[in-house]
Design a protein around this ligand. Sequence first.
Ligand code: BGC
Length: 790
Amino acid sequence: MKRKLFPAALAAALWTSVSGLLAQTPPAVTPAPIQAQTRESPLFSARASQFADSVLKLMTLDEKIGQLNQSPGEGSQTGPRAPAGGEALVRAGRMGSFLGIWGADYTRGLQRVATQESRLKIPLLFAMDVIHGFRTIYPVPLAEAASFDPARVEFSARQAAVEATAHGLHWTFAPMVDIARDPRWGRIVEGAGEDPYLGSSMSAARVRGFQGGDSALSIGAPDALLATVKHFAAYGGAEGGRDYNTVELSERTLWETYLPPYEAAVKAGVVFVMSSFNDIGGTPSHASDWLLRDVLRERWGFKGAVVSDWGGISELIPHGVAANRGEAGILGIRAGVDIDMSDNVYIDSLGAAVRSGRIPQALVDSAVHRVLRIKYALGLFQDPYRFSDVARERRYTLAPEHLLASRLAAREGIVLLKNSSKTLPLRKDPRTIAVIGPLADDRRSSLGGWAADGHPEETLTVLAGVRAAVGPSVKVIYARGSPVDTADTTGFAAARDAAAQADAIVLVLGERESMSGEASSRSSIALPGFQLELARAVFHAAKPSAAFVQTDTTPKPIAVVLMNGRALAIPELAREAPAIVESWFLGSQHGAAVADVLFGDYNPGGKLPVTFPRVTGQIPIYYNHRNTGRPSDTANHYTSKYLDLPSSPLFPFGYGLSYTTFSYSNLRLSSATIGAGDSLEVSVDVRNSGDRGGDEVVQLYVRDDVASVEEPVKRLVGFQRIASRPGDTRTVTFRIRPESLALYDRQMRRVVEPGTFTVYVGTNSDDALTAHFTVTGDVLVLAPPPTRFR
Ligand code: BGC
């Protein structure tokens, strides 16, 4: 049931309704986990298993394979529909699930076909990429990660699940948790960035949010949305940052850096895993029984189902490990891919493979068993329509409380990169404000990619946000200036005029949402098009009498707002712009959240989840690198560095400023010496030493100083986002457990080794207080080696 809303009135209505709520409602983030249905996960209950056994006995081989078949819907004027011939396949028992089909009414209709017109009346599953919201859109995952606030992220996912399930959906293809150390890779926007600890926290938070609680206990509640952790595994390691490319990794780095966030999702009870398009060192994931069985099921105890990525099974042919679709299907099911997304390989070829004895029937049966258990756990055999509820759909679509939460989440994801001479916050009472730039009024980009059923016309841009914040008494001049990525300077004159006339300038630059995401890698991560030239022109026009480099002292405040789905290399902007606000793509309330920050209604506290390089050629650059035998030293030629660049990044991981200042002191440890199995407390005092309330993300890193293998120079092992008032001193305490100190030794055992460790606590990965402690005794083995990669 779609609400009819009209763009012009809409921006104002969205602003007013949410601003009103904002004034009344304390921005609580305590997620409201839905009532656990049982004490045991319904997915793994004996009843679900017996039920699946009994249905399996009734099924023909073709009907079984049908349950493993998933087809995409097609767009139409009235919304998504089953593809041509889709209903007939449902009737014939040859379709287990659809992706990209939703709507309470329409899913009800299809479910009726499945449960009344097919022989065995097995209900369908409806899946979709609900990545950062369904109709209300929350910040893109990279921006959510920048909040360093898992409770907030869990809450956004919870609301997205409420909205999506009300539209008949059972299942989302999220969270994507691929670690990415190369911002050329466009899909970095869909994940939590470069760090395994932050990535794992976000991964678990989003699984809990979608599924409605811990350990999958809530599955079966009508607003629990089944989650899929993807893309398993190491898809973000694509060589050269080129999407779908080969991944070449050491086994150690795979375990240390890339695998933890998937494992965190499994521990949080994720129901689905999606295999990834890439190969790792020659083994494509869709054919990797090592990944899908040894690691996932044996080592981590995963009991849910594995879905292929779109067409991933037949891509085993171009990978060069299958000669034809039949062989690809055999490789897929043998490796452990249960559901075939959009490929028709399983329904076309698995039957013949079983009949000819090339694969045992039991392989198909166990995959079907998993699918049936999931359908049973959702309660669909009792009531196939329980998710297709028109009243809930009407109640939750763009619900005011969802828009409010989206705005709160959006504000938390904003990172203040620069603020010379307190340029920000801006005053709300100038005579004139210029809002300039190709993204300033781009609704689609504000939403961000993978925006499910998000409507651009229901989205607040920066221009709309500024207008609403300052009200009708301030003149707002808008000039687009230039396109995002083409060489066109015809708009420069108007931009210069606007800059010259205005008392304050907001310049919105960056990337369109379609410049990151799937198949959207870039070879350069510089500001695209002529935007840097536009910035120069605006800075110059704002202060025509001074040289460009003097802008830091300009009396006319200029704030650059960046919109982008990756780290950008912006050395000149970082030098010349008086203030820079990193806003990523923040969803439905993008412009409102940015305006809250620009005018000081909210003090930004987000931090970078990815390192910002100076130039593209510095990639890969990430904070948790190994030290090498010749760490970079400007005074020594023969050390690891470039001739033409400093070794440091432009902005380090964990970086972000505030309108207030925080001072760290009194770092202390509960003990200077611990045994390998012991924990340790680390405390620090954080004083709000400025004149405003604000949030700080206190970060904890460790380093094993001397180990049997070369360890990263530091690793994030804890963080806390705290709020404080001016003058407040907060003591922040972390507990370091053996798991935080562990490494994979040369035998690939997970161990804590005795020796000295350094602790770093601070405001970013490069600015921290340090302390030391010693682990005594013998090596502690936390886990035996995994089976060797194959
Ligand atoms: C993407 C997945 C996505 C799937 C279904 C694929 O192309 O890689 O992340 O879930 O499409 O839309």
